[in-house]
Ligand binder design. Structure first.
Ligand SMILES: Nc1ncnc2c1ncn2[C@@H]1O[C@H](COP(=O)(O)OP(=O)(O)O)[C@@H](O)[C@H]1O
Ligand SMILES: O=C(CO)[C@@H](O)[C@H](O)COP(=O)(O)O
Length: 495
């Protein structure tokens, strides 16, 4: 039996997987808080991730009705880019600044300029630095909190930190490391010149974790943690990865031809590539996958974060919100929403705020505002899908994941807005499943078990969730999407 863990922005989820019998035995999740402040500050305490991991771990095993001593391995997925800077005792020198923190935008602009602009970034890193990546968070800490910065002994990402807690090893892998902004995504190694530009006082040999191959183990669970979790000796922990990388594994997106689209706190669209990708747009993140390949991706920062804000404003639960969305017509009677409450990454508008446009005395209804924000978030993902261009052009199906994928109306909307068939995996949290599959691969590789075999056996699609694009609605959405793009152009100069 294997455990998959996914530390998302809002909660940590755990899944228990019986690989031999091909079954997902149970899932559980525990929430964590998000500390939001002025200037785009969004931080979390890593201790909360540990508490949530333990809570979800015990709840999932109880639901599965199996003892912890049956667990052979643990795989960990985590929200990308978060800066977990630890001192020599392994304690955070500062709260983790998250992927959705835009407080470091000025530092990012400065770094891009110092690296030679977009061309220089692409040359050195294989991608263009975005506000949200770890690099500008480190530059910000150096500038704003020099005492904390001086105490840095290791620099980890959220999933690396959970692996460190589990095993005592300070390691990472190429998928998640490629979102730091000081990693050479083409050659899958740290980019030391860029790191020296950001943090000249830090010794990279000391502070940067060792980069593992995707199939390598991070280590074994430490005795103290094994006792706390009730695990037996020699429980292996795999390299793990960023949540998008492991979401790709959990949707079977490990060869070209599929698109994984996530409606989580963030929205992401990605597709596997066997070779490094050179994309026309600086907004496409040419990340590595956590399987040995590459995973070009676009990320929008305002998906369920935006829909939840409107839902809570009107005091609606999820069911009532869905009813409101369903009761409004396509296009929300002209209401256009640019839902950039948190600033935005794609389009590249880190300092933006949200706009509700074309409101009149007739169309300003709860139903239209609810539908408008869901459509606006989904148009942002279509905008990103178009940027991916050839990378996704041949793909025939979207594998839809993340909390929003639970909504039938949203699933159909994604199909109609993208013109592509949509289907969900049976499991709610595909990243946690991907983490479980990765550790099973790591554990059983020596016996000839491949990741392809594991995906085939364990990635089950939910036929009930299938949503085919409806030709009339696909056509009707074209002018509505054009209206969204025109609003973007008007408000932000086409970003
Ligand atoms: N049926 C639904 N309709 C719309 N949103 C939903 C639905 N079910 C869950 N969500 C939203 O999904 C979000 C959580 O998604 P998740 O992928 O777990 O996020 P993360 O991994 O970023 O923590 C929450 O904001 C929740 O309100
Ligand atoms: O920043 C990115 C991708 O580049 C985000 O996708 C984070 O990885 C957070 O994911 P969720 O919590 O929304 O799953």
């Amino acid at each position: 039996m294997y455990i998959g863990v996914d530390c998302g922005t809002q909660s940590t989820k755990v899944v228990v997987v019986d690989v031999e019998r091909g079954g997902i035995l149970a899932e559980a999740s525990c929430p964590h808080r998000l500390d939001e402040g002025e200037n785009g500050r969004r931080e979390q305490a890593p201790a909360e991730w540990l508490a949530a991991l333990k809570g979800a771990f015990f709840a999932a095993l109880e639901r599965a009705g199996v003892p912890a001593s049956d667990v052979r391995g643990i795989g960990v997925s985590g929200q990308q880019h978060g800066m977990v800077a630890l001192d020599a005792d392994g304690a955070p020198v500062y709260p983790a600044k998250l992927w959705c923190d835009t407080e470091t935008n000025a530092q990012n602009i400065d770094l891009v300029a110092r690296l030679g602009g977009e061309v220089g970034c692409l040359d050195k890193l294989g991608l263009v630095l975005q506000t949200g990546y770890t690099a500008s968070k480190l530059a910000w800490l150096r500038e704003q909190h020099p005492n904390a910065y001086r105490r840095i002994d290791s620099l980890l990402l959220p999933h690396d930190y959970l692996n460190y807690w589990l095993t005592g090893e300070r390691v990472t892998e190429a998928g998640d490391a490629s979102g730091t902004g000081y990693f050479d995504t083409r050659n899958r190694c740290w980019q030391l010149d860029v790191f020296a530009e950001i943090a000249p006082e830090l010794d990279p040999a000391k502070v940067l974790p060792r980069v593992l191959e995707a199939h390598e183990p991070a280590g074994f669970v430490r005795p103290a943690v094994a006792r706390e979790l009730g695990l037996s000796d020699q429980v292996v922990v795999s390299s793990g990865g960023g949540d998008n990388m492991l979401g790709a594994i959990g949707t079977g997106n490990i060869t070209p031809g599929l698109i994984t689209l996530s409606l989580g706190t963030s929205g992401t669209v990605c597709a596997y590539s066997a070779t490094p990708v050179e994309c026309d747009s600086a907004m496409v993140a040419n990340f590595c996958s956590s399987t040995g390949g590459w995973l070009p991706l676009i990320c929008t920062m305002n998906v369920t974060s935006a829909t939840t804000r409107v839902r809570e404003l009107f005091g609606l639960d999820l069911a009532a919100f869905s009813e409101k969305v369903a009761s409004a017509p396509m296009g929300a009677e002209g209401v256009t929403v640019l839902p950039f409450f948190n600033g935005e990454r794609v389009p590249m508008l880190p300092d933006a705020s949200a706009d509700f446009l074309s409101l009149t005395s007739l169309n300003t209804t709860q139903a239209n505002l609810c539908r408008g924000v869901v459509e606006g978030a989904t148009f942002g993902l279509r905008y990103g899908l178009e940027l991916l261009g050839d990378i996704t052009a041949g793909a025939s199906q979207i594998r839809l994941i993340g909390g929003g994928a639970n909504s039938p109306i949203w699933r159909q909307m994604v199909a109609d807005i993208t013109g592509t068939q949509v289907i969900c995996p049976e499991i709610t949290d595909a990243a946690a499943l991907g983490a479980a599959l990765q550790v099973a691969w790591c554990d059983q590789r020596a016996n000839g078990v491949t990741l392809e075999m594991l995906c085939e056996r364990l990635v089950h699609l939910d036929a009930q969730s299938l949503a085919d694009p409806h030709p009339e609605r696909v056509a009707a959405y074209q002018p509505i999407y054009a209206r969204y793009c025109a609003a973007l152009e008007q408000r932000h100069g086409g970003a």
